[in-house]
Design a protein around this ligand. Structure first.
Ligand SMILES: C[S@@+](CC[C@H](N)C(=O)[O-])C[C@H]1O[C@@H](n2cnc3c(N)ncnc32)[C@H](O)[C@@H]1O
Ligand SMILES: Nc1nc2[nH]cc(C(=O)O)c2c(=O)[nH]1
Ligand code: SF4
Ligand SMILES: [Mg+2]
Length: 269
C-alpha cells in the first residue's frame, strides 16, 4: 500500500506552529486521509495486547522522536490518499471487532474524527495511538496516549535524518499537560511511556504527578505503562528486562511489544 509522496510533511518555519498542516493532504476538503498502511495483526502494546485488530496507520506527525519505529510516517512520510469511505471498506474486509488508529500522529488529520465516528456507528471498538498533544472531538474507546519524554528528542547526535534541525520544535511540542489532562478526563486512557533507561523515571513521575494535579479524573498506577524502547528484537533484548524491573520498582504496569517479539520489524505487523 505505501506510495511515495512529495507533498507530505513539511519542515519549514511556516509549518512550525501549524501541526495540522504537517501532512499536506488535509485541510478544507477534510475528507481524505493519508494512509501509510492498513493491516490485520495482534495489538502488540498496552492493556489490549494480544487482541486481533485492524491497524489504520496515517502518515504525518507533529513530532520527530529519534527512535520512531514508523519512520515513513514521520521523518520520511509516504502514503496513499484514501477517503474515509475507502478506509471503512478496507477495515470491513477483515473479520475484526477492534480497530487501532495510529500513525504518524493520527489526530493531526481532521478526517480521523470522521473515521472514528463512523467506526463507532458500525460498532467497532476503537483505540487511538497518539502522542497526547492534540485533543480530538470524536468517540474513542481507548485513548492510548504516549507522552514523549526528553529522551525522545532528536538531538544532533541522535537525529536519524539530519543534524538536529527538529530538536527545538520537538522539544517545544512534545509535552502538553493540559492536553493530557483533557484526554484523561474525556476518554478511558492509558499513559504508555517509551522507556530508554532508568534515567527516564524521574520525568515519568513528574509528568504523571502534573497530569494528576491538572485532571479531575483519576489516573491509577496501572493506567501508567512502561514500554521498552526498541524497534527490533535485538534492541528489545537490551531494554525489556531493565524496564520490567523499573515497573516493579515504581508500581507501574509493564507492557511488552508483542509484535516485535513475534515478527521483529516486519512491515504490516
Ligand atoms: C509510531 S507511534 C504512532 C502514534 C503516536 N504518534 C505516538 O507516538 O503515540 C505508535 C507507538 O509506538 C511507540 N514507539 C515508537 N517508536 C518506538 C520505539 N523505538 N520503541 C518503543 N516504542 C516506540 C510510540 O510511543 C507509540 O506508543
Ligand atoms: N501489532 C502492532 N501493535 C501495535 N500497537 C501499536 C502500534 C502502533 O504502531 O501504533 C502497533 C503496531 O504497529 N503493531
Ligand atoms: S510522535 Fe509517534 S509517530 Fe511521531 S515521531 Fe514520535 S513515535 Fe513517531
Ligand atoms: Mg508500531
Amino acid at each position: 500500500m505505501p506510495v511515495a509522496s512529495d507533498d507530505a510533511v513539511g519542515v519549514t518555519d511556516a509549518d512550525a506552529d501549524r501541526a495540522e498542516t504537517d501532512c499536506g493532504t488535509d485541510g478544507e476538503s477534510g475528507g481524505d486521509l493519508p494512509i501509510n498502511e492498513l493491516f490485520h495483526s495482534l495489538q502488540g502494546e498496552g492493556r489490549l495486547a494480544g487482541v486481533p485488530s485492524v491497524f489504520v496507520r496515517t502518515s504525518g506527525c507533529n513530532l520527530r522522536c529519534w527512535f520512531c519505529d514508523s519512520y515513513h510516517t514521520s521523518w520520511e512520510p509516504t502514503h496513499d490518499s484514501l477517503s474515509v469511505l475507502d478506509v471503512l471498506a478496507a477495515v470491513e474486509d477483515y473479520d475484526a471487532d477492534h480497530v487501532v488508529l495510529t500513525g504518524g500522529e493520527p489526530l493531526i488529520h481532521d478526517a480521523s474524527e470522521t473515521l472514528l465516528a463512523e467506526l463507532a456507528d458500525r460498532g467497532y471498538h476503537t483505540t487511538v495511538e497518539t502522542n497526547g498533544t492534540i485533543v480530538p472531538d470524536a468517540p474513542i474507546d481507548l485513548a492510548s496516549v504516549s507522552p514523549k519524554l526528553a529522551s525522545s528528542t532528536p538531538t544532533a547526535e541522535r537525529d536519524p535524518a539530519g543534524d538536529g534541525e527538529w530538536a527545538e520544535r520537538h522539544e517545544d511540542r512534545r509535552l502538553d499537560v493540559s492536553a493530557l489532562a483533557d484526554l484523561v478526563e474525556t476518554y478511558e486512557t492509558q499513559l504508555k511511556f517509551v522507556v530508554t533507561g532508568s534515567e527516564d523515571t524521574a520525568e515519568i513521575e513528574r509528568v504523571v504527578e502534573r497530569v494528576r494535579d491538572a485532571a479531575s479524573a483519576r489516573v491509577r498506577d496501572d493506567d501508567v505503562l512502561l514500554m521498552p524502547e526498541g524497534q527490533t528484537r535485538a534492541e528489545l533484548n537490551e531494554t525489556r528486562e531493565v524496564v520490567a524491573d523499573l515497573a516493579l520498582e515504581y508500581g507501574y504496569r509493564y507492557t511488552p511489544r508483542l509484535h516485535v517479539d513475534l515478527w521483529n520489524d516486519a512491515p504490516g505487523t
